[in-house]
Design a protein around this ligand. Structure first.
Ligand code: ADP
Length: 625
C-alpha cells in the first residue's frame, strides 16, 4: 500500500527525533501517558453531558505492557479513541503548538531544548522506537484503525481489529547501541521509576504487570515470583489532598528534594483568581551543600494539572528566595510551555508574584511568632536576604529590610532594624553600626567605647557583606544608618566639638609632623571619642576600612585602599607625651612613637602589618631606651 507523506514540518521534527541522541529521551513515556490521560479526560467530560455515553469512572485506566522478545512497549488507554480521519489529521501532522516552536528553532542546541522543554508530544516516541503502531477505536464506533509508521518516509492507516474503544500505542524499540540501551524501557524497574518520576500524579491509574517475590503457599522458607497488575502512580498529589499529616509532608519533602532533615517550614498555597494554582513550598532547615556554589540551581517543580512540565522552573522564584523548594501545579498552564515562553507568560508572572508575596508573609510571621526558628533560618539563609537588599542597586531593599537581623551591642543577640528603632534613646537621630570580623572583636573596638558609655545601641556587623548592605540601605524610617567610624557619626555637643577643634589647631605642627612620619594616613588628629584606648583608625570618603578588607581578600587583582585617619585619644597619657616630644624637639622619638601608634591602630582594626620586622625593632628600641 502506498505510504502517505508527512507534512514537511512534521518531517523535519521526525528527523530530529529519529536521529536524536538526546539524553532525556525517557520523556517519551510521559508524553504518551499524558496523551492517554487527555483522551480519557475527553471521554469522561463528554459522559457528564451526554447520557448515551455509559462509562464507569472506576474502569478508566492507562495500561503499560511489554514484550521483551518482540521488543515492544504498549501504552493503552480506554479514552475517547481516534477515528480514521483523526488518526490522519492528529498523527499525520505535528501538533500546532509544537510546530510553531519548532520553526523558530534552527540551531541544534535549541532543538535539544525543544525536545526537553516543549514536550513535543507523540513524535517524541520516535526517539526510542523504530516503528510505531497506533490502533484506535473511537468511542461509539464499530470500526478500529491502525496508523503505522517507521519513520520519515511516511505512514499508513489501515483497518484493524480492536474489541474495546480507546487506543493502543505500540512501540517497537530501536536496537541497542553503545550509546543508548533502549531495551531499558522494557524493564519493569526502569518503567516503574519513569512513571513515578514523571507521571505519578496523573489522575487515572497507570497499571503495569509487576513481579512480586513472596512466600510460596504451603511451604516454609520457599519464595516464588508472582506477576500481578498493579497501579504504579499515586494519582492524587499530596498538594491536592486535604488531610495531610506533618509527617507526610516531611517525608514527601525529604524524598523529593533529597534532604536528610525535615523542612523548617511548610507553606501551602491554594490560589484562585486570575490564575488558579496550588503550591507546596518548603524552607529547608539547612542550606544544601552546594547552596553557596555556582552549581546550585534555584527553581520550583512545575506541574500542569498533575503532569510534570519542568523540574526547576527558575522564573517562579526571585534570587533572594532561591533557597525555597517546592512544587507548583496549575491547570491554567499547558504542557507545551517552554523556558522562553514561560518568561513572557502572564500567568507564570502572576504565579511568581503570588509565591513571592506568600514567602514574604510567612517569613515575617515566623520572625514575629517563632523567633527561635527564624534565627535558625537567618543563620542558614540570611546572606541570601542581604544579597537581595544590595543586589541591583537596592531595588528590593524596601521589601526585604525588615527581614534582616543584626547583632547588637545591647546583648550581643540578634535584633531587627524595627526593634532597634523602637528601643533607641529619645532624640537619637541615627542608626549606628560598626563592622568587624567577630562579635568579640567588634565589641572591643575602641570606637565602640563611647557608645557604650553613652548607652547608645550599635549594630554589630560581622558578615563581609554587611558594610555593603548598610550602605545600600542608607536609611531606615527616615533615620540615617551610619558607621560609627565615619565622619557622620559624632556624638559630641557643639561645645565639645569646638574645644576639640581648638586643640587640633593648637597642635597643628605636632600632628603634621606625625603625618609626615606615617605615609599611609591622610590626617592625624586628636579625638574625644575614645575612652580607654590610646588610638583608633577611621576613614574618610566612600571606601571604609571594612570594605578595603573585604575587597582585598577577594581572589581578584583588584586592590583598594581606604583614606585613613589616625585618631589619638586626647585624654590618654600618650597625648601629653606626644606634645612634650614636640615641645622638646625630640624628632627621632616622635617618629618612632608615631609609627608604633599607627601600627597599633591597624592591629586593632584587623588590618595586616606591612612590615613586622620594622615594628618589632621600633618597639625594642623604645623599651631599651
Ligand atoms: P498534543 O498532545 O500536544 O496535542 P501530540 O502530538 O501528542 O500533541 O498528539 C496529537 C494529537 O493526537 C492529540 O491532540 C490527540 O488529539 C491525538 N492523540 C494522541 N494520542 C492519543 C490517544 N492516546 N488517544 C486519543 N487521541 C490521541
Amino acid at each position: 500500500m502506498a505510504k502517505k507523506q508527512f507534512k514537511s514540518e512534521s518531517k523535519k521534527l521526525m528527523n530530529l527525533m529519529i536521529n536524536s541522541i538526546y539524553t532525556n529521551s525517557e520523556i517519551f513515556l510521559r508524553e504518551l501517558i499524558s496523551n492517554a490521560s487527555d483522551a480519557i479526560d475527553k471521554l469522561y467530560y463528554k459522559s457528564l453531558t451526554d447520557n448515551s455515553i455509559k462509562i464507569d469512572k472506576k474502569d478508566l485506566a492507562i495500561t503499560i505492557s511489554r514484550d521483551e522478545e518482540k521488543r515492544t512497549l504498549t501504552i493503552s488507554d480506554n479514552g475517547i479513541g481516534m477515528s480514521e480521519e483523526e488518526l490522519e489529521s492528529d498523527l499525520g501532522t505535528i501538533a500546532k503548538s509544537g510546530s510553531e516552536n519548532f520553526k523558530n528553532d534552527n540551531e541544534h542546541k535549541k532543538d535539544i531544548d525543544i525536545i526537553g522543554q516543549f514536550g513535543v508530544g507523540f513524535y517524541s516516541a520516535f526517539m526510542v522506537a523504530k516503528d510505531i503502531k497506533v490502533i484506535s477505536k473511537k468511542y461509539g464506533s464499530k470500526d478500529a484503525y491502525m496508523w503505522e509508521s517507521s519513520g520519515v518516509d511516511g505512514y499508513t492507516v489501515t483497518k484493524a481489529n480492536k474489541d474495546s474503544y480507546g487506543t493502543d500505542v505500540i512501540l517497537t524499540l530501536k536496537d541497542d547501541t553503545d550509546d543508548a540501551t533502549y531495551s531499558d524501557y522494557l524493564h519493569e524497574y526502569e518503567l516503574n521509576n519513569l512513571i513515578k518520576k514523571y507521571s505519578n500524579y496523573i489522575t487515572y491509574p497507570i497499571k503495569m504487570e509487576v513481579t512480586k517475590h513472596q512466600p510460596k503457599e504451603g511451604t516454609k522458607d520457599e519464595y516464588e515470583d508472582i506477576k500481578e497488575m498493579e497501579t504504579i502512580n499515586d494519582m492524587v498529589p499530596i498538594w491536592k489532598r486535604s488531610k495531610v499529616s506533618d509527617d507526610e509532608y516531611n517525608t514527601f519533602y525529604k524524598d523529593k528534594f533529597n534532604d536528610y532533615n525535615n523542612p523548617l517550614k511548610v507553606i501551602k498555597m491554594n490560589a484562585e483568581g486570575q490564575v488558579s494554582f496550588k503550591a507546596l513550598l518548603f524552607i529547608p532547615s539547612k542550606a544544601p551543600m552546594d547552596f553557596y556554589t555556582k552549581e546550585y540551581e534555584k527553581g520550583l517543580q512545575l506541574y500542569s494539572n498533575g503532569v510534570l512540565i519542568m523540574d526547576k522552573c527558575s522564573d517562579l522564584l526571585p534570587d533572594y528566595y532561591s533557597f525555597v523548594k517546592g512544587v507548583v501545579d496549575s491547570e491554567d498552564l499547558s504542557l507545551n510551555i517552554s523556558r522562553e515562553t514561560l518568561q513572557q507568560d502572564k500567568r507564570v508572572k502572576l504565579i511568581a508574584q503570588n509565591i513571592e508575596n506568600k514567602i514574604h508573609k510567612e517569613l515575617t510571621n515566623m520572625l514575629n511568632e517563632d523567633r527561635t526558628n527564624y534565627e535558625k533560618f537567618f543563620d542558614e539563609f540570611g546572606i541570601q536576604i542581604k544579597y537581595g537588599v544590595y543586589d541591583s542597586w537596592g531595588i528590593n531593599k524596601d521589601k526585604l529590610q525588615d527581614l534582616l537581623l543584626f547583632y547588637s551591642s545591647k546583648d550581643k543577640k540578634y535584633t531587627t532594624l524595627k526593634e532597634y528603632v523602637e528601643r533607641k534613646k529619645e532624640g537619637q537621630k541615627k542608626i549606628y553600626y560598626v563592622c568587624g570580623e567577630t562579635l568579640d572583636k567588634v565589641d572591643n573596638l575602641p570606637s565602640v567605647e563611647e557608645y557604650k558609655d553613652k548607652d547608645i545601641e550599635v549594630l554589630y556587623c560581622t558578615n563581609y557583606m554587611d558594610e555593603f548592605v548598610m550602605q545600600t540601605l542608607h536609611s531606615y524610617n527616615d533615620l540615617d544608618i551610619v558607621n560609627i567610624g565615619s565622619d557622620q557619626a559624632d556624638l559630641s555637643t557643639e561645645e565639645e566639638k569646638k574645644a576639640l577643634e581648638q586643640k587640633n589647631k593648637d597642635n597643628k605642627t605636632l600632628l603634621d609632623d606625625m603625618k609626615k612620619y606615617i605615609n599611609d594616613v591622610s590626617e592625624v588628629k586628636f579625638t574625644n571619642k575614645l575612652k580607654n584606648s590610646p588610638v583608633s583608625l577611621t576613614s574618610t570618603g566612600s571606601v571604609t576600612i571594612e570594605m578595603e578588607k573585604v575587597i582585598n581578600a577577594m581572589p581578584t587583582d583588584q586592590n583598594i585602599s581606604a583614606v585613613k585617619v589616625l585618631e589619638i585619644n586626647e585624654n590618654h597619657p600618650i597625648a601629653k607625651y606626644l606634645m612634650d616630644l614636640e615641645k622638646n624637639k625630640n624628632d627621632k622619638e616622635l617618629e618612632r612613637i608615631s609609627k608604633i601608634l599607627y601600627e597599633e591602630a591597624r592591629l586593632i582594626e584587623g588590618l595586616p602589618i606591612e612590615n613586622p620586622t620594622e615594628l618589632t625593632n621600633l618597639i625594642c628600641d623604645e623599651i631599651a631606651k
